[in-house]
Design a protein around this ligand. Structure first.
Ligand SMILES: Nc1ncnc2c1ncn2[C@@H]1O[C@H](COP(=O)(O)OP(=O)(O)O)[C@@H](O)[C@H]1O
Ligand SMILES: [Mg+2]
Length: 215
C-alpha cells in the first residue's frame, strides 16, 4: 500500500501540454513510488529508446510492471502520420485496456498532447475517454505554460474528462503556478524541479518529496 498523501485512481492517463514536456519522467517517478503498472498505448518512434524501455531502465523495476504497447510505430511523428506511413490505421476499438490487480494503479502515458491525431478523425483525447481514466496534465513551469495549460484544460472540460491535477515540470515558478490554479480552476499537485541524475534511487526520493512517502 502506498502512503502517498494523494489518493491515486485505478487508472491515470498522463498527458502533457506538448511533447518532450516530462510525461515519461513523471510516469517513471509515479511508478517508483506507487503500487502501479505502466502502459504506453501508442509508441511513435522505435529507433531511439522507447518510453517503456526508458521507464524500465530508469526505475529498475521488473518486467511485470510493464504492459506491451498497443501500437508500435517506426517513425517519431504524430501517430496518424507515422501509422499512415506503415499503412496502419489506428483503431480505438483495438485497444485492450490492461487490467491491474485491485489497489494498483494503471499509469497510461499518451503520445504528445491531447489533440494529437490518431487517425483521420480521432485524437488522443478520444483514447483518454475510451480509457475512462482521469487525466494528469504535465506542463512546463516557464514562460508559455499558462496559455498551453489553460487551452488543454478547456479542451478536457469540453469533453467532460476528469482532471486529476497538473504537474509543473522545471524551475519553480510560483506566479505561473498561481495563474494556472486561479484561471484553470485546477490543483497543481506537484512542481518537479530539474533532476541532476535520474536513477531508481533519485526517482524514489523525488516521489517521496513530491507525493509523500513511497511504498
Ligand atoms: N525534471 C526533470 N529533470 C531532468 N530531466 C528531465 C526532467 N523532466 C524531463 N526531463 C528530460 O527531458 C526529456 C523529455 O522528457 P520526457 O519525460 O521524455 O517527455 P515526454 O514524455 O513528455 O515526451 C527527457 O530526456 C527527460 O529525461
Ligand atoms: Mg514520453
Amino acid at each position: 500500500m502506498t502512503a502517498s498523501k494523494l489518493k491515486f485512481p485505478e487508472r491515470l492517463f498522463i498527458t502533457g501540454t506538448d511533447t518532450g514536456i516530462g510525461k515519461t519522467l513523471v510516469s517513471a517517478m509515479l511508478l517508483s513510488g506507487l503500487n502501479a503498472r505502466y502502459w504506453k498505448p501508442v509508441q511513435s518512434g522505435l529507433a531511439d529508446i522507447t518510453d517503456t524501455e526508458w521507464v524500465k531502465t530508469h526505475t529498475g523495476l521488473d518486467a511485470s510492471r510493464f504492459f506491451p504497447e498497443g501500437y508500435r510505430l517506426k517513425e517519431p511523428l504524430s501517430p496518424h502520420e507515422s501509422a499512415a506511413l506503415e499503412n496502419v490505421h489506428i483503431d480505438l476499438d483495438m485497444f485492450i485496456i490492461p487490467q491491474v490487480p485491485p489497489a494498483e494503479t494503471l499509469l497510461i502515458e499518451g503520445a504528445g498532447g491531447i489533440m494529437v491525431p490518431l487517425n483521420e478523425k480521432e485524437f488522443m483525447i478520444d483514447l483518454m475517454k475510451r480509457c475512462n481514466a482521469p487525466v494528469l496534465l504535465v506542463a512546463r513551469s516557464g514562460l508559455g505554460t499558462i496559455n498551453h495549460t489553460l487551452l488543454s484544460i478547456n479542451q478536457l472540460r469540453q469533453e467532460h474528462i476528469d482532471i486529476f491535477g497538473v504537474i509543473m515540470n522545471g524551475p519553480l515558478n510560483k506566479s505561473n503556478r498561481d495563474a494556472i490554479e486561479h484561471f484553470g480552476g485546477v490543483k497543481v499537485i506537484a512542481e518537479i524541479e530539474p533532476m541532476e541524475q535520474i536513477t531508481p534511487k533519485t526517482l524514489r526520493q523525488s516521489f517521496s518529496k513530491y507525493f509523500g512517502k513511497s511504498i
